[in-house]
Design a protein around this ligand. Structure first.
Ligand code: NAD
Length: 476
């Protein structure tokens, strides 16, 4: 059984969870220990105890550890990619890409350790010196979702350690394999005991214990809006710093003057790759009437050519849905869409493949309207809907008409409309002639409105969450 790592030791659990391959439910990836409430409290205590020394550790030590983690992840990208594809169901090339992303993130933050700096300023009072520096926050609780089993943990753990914090990491119950492999790499890279702790298990047990505990100074969370609210409520109660990355209902606007080929590729990639299970997925395709019919026809043709199959098979474009409950949610939204009067232009059928898995044909709805539930609620599967609009102004209004605000996109050859959209889209990330999903790792990531709360993640902006600012006045 794969164990949890608490206070510098691998520890067993009384309960284990089977990690099931969604491409082949007969294939068990492995057994993973579920941490108890007591294990979680021990991990928090260990992180607290390790914090004074780690927060004052030298930057060379932290740099070397992060670089070592990066090097091992990159060296093992094919093997770790296979593990990720097997447990989560994204295709092997997507999974290897995600593993490489994790390695690159550790490399980036290894560099950031050496670039830590502050400001020295003159005071408004003559003779006094002012110094502004960043210090670690303390013990950081990290809670992650199942859809990016290694990249999201990496983009939280790497900056947490880089800036001198101790970590209690709780991965998603559904995909502990990649998280465990990452933890094993971090442990062997030489983090001192207690600095990094892995507590796999249920949100209602491990996650809840973390939320309740005042010894956690900051919580970074990625997941659903419902759980995000619980993190927020508990954290406000403790006056603790928190950061939330949650759902999306991201629009891709296609204007009459768009390059049709570019628009179709953006839609296919953004809406259906990674089985549509991305917070940045383009679930709403907002299309002006002059190109609407050509766009729908070309997109439907393209969808007919997509191969939905085992994530590990060469040639698969779209892997399975992650599990039965997500599949049930996708199917229920397809049913809701039909009942709301949307036209199912393609897909939405369950598919049989060589092995038993959660295979769903990508579904495209047309003739949908803004008020429909399929256009307002996050489905989180390979389901997208086309909304027909009159012109750019109507498209922009429709794009912004959502409680979410993570990413948005526009396909157009008009500089005027592209520039106007960049400025007026109510999203944290805006793409022009690019899919709404797919981002760089050295620049900020995050959204607005109901999608995100708190400082941005990734790149140099990560320092905002993982450090606290100190202003010192000295009369020499
Ligand atoms: P989820 O909210 O069910 O779970 C996320 C994490 O929270 C898991 O580790 C889970 O075990 C834990 N958790 C559950 N209940 C808890 C509780 N009571 N207390 C503490 N922790 C608890 O989300 P999910 O289904 O794993 O992920 C899918 C969601 O994540 C989607 O809504 C998606 O949009 C979102 N997501 C957002 C981003 C982003 O950056 N905005 C990125 C990826 C995924």
């Amino acid at each position: 059984m794969h164990q949890n790592f608490v206070a510098g030791r691998w520890i067993g659990g009384t309960e284990a969870q089977d990690n099931v391959n969604p491409s082949n439910t007969g294939d068990i990836v492995g057994a993973y220990a579920r941490a108890s409430r007591e294990d979680t409290l021990e991990a928090i205590a260990a992180a607290r105890a390790a914090f004074p020394a780690w927060s004052r550790s030298g930057i060379q030590q932290r740099h070397d550890i992060l670089l070592k983690v990066s090097a091992e992840i990159l060296a093992r990208k094919d093997e770790l990619g296979r593990l990720l594809a097997r447990e989560e169901g994204k295709t092997l090339p997507e999974a290897i890409g995600e593993v490489m992303r994790a390695g690159q993130i550790f490399d980036f933050f290894a560099g950031e350790v050496l670039r830590l700096s502050g400001d020295k300023l003159p005071s408004t009072r003559p003779g006094i010196e002012v110094e502004v520096t960043r210090e670690p926050v303390g013990v950081v609780g990290i809670i992650t979702p199942w859809n990016f089993p290694i990249a999201i943990p990496a983009w939280k753990i790497a900056p947490a350690l880089a800036y001198g914090n101790c970590v209690v990491f709780k991965p998603a119950d559904l995909v502990p394999g990649s998280a465990w492999a990452l933890a094993d790499i971090i442990v062997r890279a030489g983090v001192p005991d207690g600095v990094f702790n892995l507590v796999m298990g249920r949100g209602s047990v491990v996650g809840a214990a973390m939320l309740d505990d005042p010894r956690i100074d900051a919580i970074t969370f990625t997941g659903s809006v419902g759980t995000g609210r619980k993190v927020a409520e508990a954290s406000v109660g403790h006056l603790r710093k928190f950061q939330l990355e949650m759902g999306g209902k991201n629009p891709l606007v296609v204007l009459d003057d768009a390059d049709l080929g570019v628009a179709v590729e953006c839609a296919v990639n953004g809406a259906f790759f990674s089985t549509g299970q991305r917070c940045t997925a383009s679930s709403r395709l907002v299309v002006t009437e002059g190109i609407h019919d050509r766009f729908v026809a070309a997109l439907t043709e393209r969808l007919k050519g997509l191969v939905v199959d085992d994530a590990l098979k060469a040639g698969t474009h779209v892997g399975p849905v992650v599990d039965q409950s997500q599949l049930d949610q996708d199917l229920s939204y397809i049913d809701i869409g039909r009942k709301e009067g949307a036209r199912l232009a393609w897909g939405g059928e369950l598919l049989n493949r060589e092995t038993p898995g959660f295979y769903l044909q990508p579904a495209l709805f047309t003739e949908t309207s803004a008020g429909m539930r399929i256009n307002r609620e996050e489905i989180f599967g390979p389901v997208a809907s086309v909304m027909r609009v009159k012109d750019y102004e109507e498209a922009l209004a429709a794009a912004n008409d959502t409680p979410f605000g993570l990413s948005s996109g526009i396909c157009t050859t008009s500089l005027k409309h592209a520039s106007h959209f960049r400025r007026n889209s109510e999203a944290g990330m805006v793409m022009v002639n690019l899919p709404t999903a797919g981002v760089d790792y050295h620049v900020p990531f995050g959204g607005r409105k109901g999608s995100s709360y708190g400082p941005r993640e990734q790149g140099r902006y990560a320092a905002e969450f993982y450090t606290t600012v100190k202003t010192a006045y000295t009369l020499p």
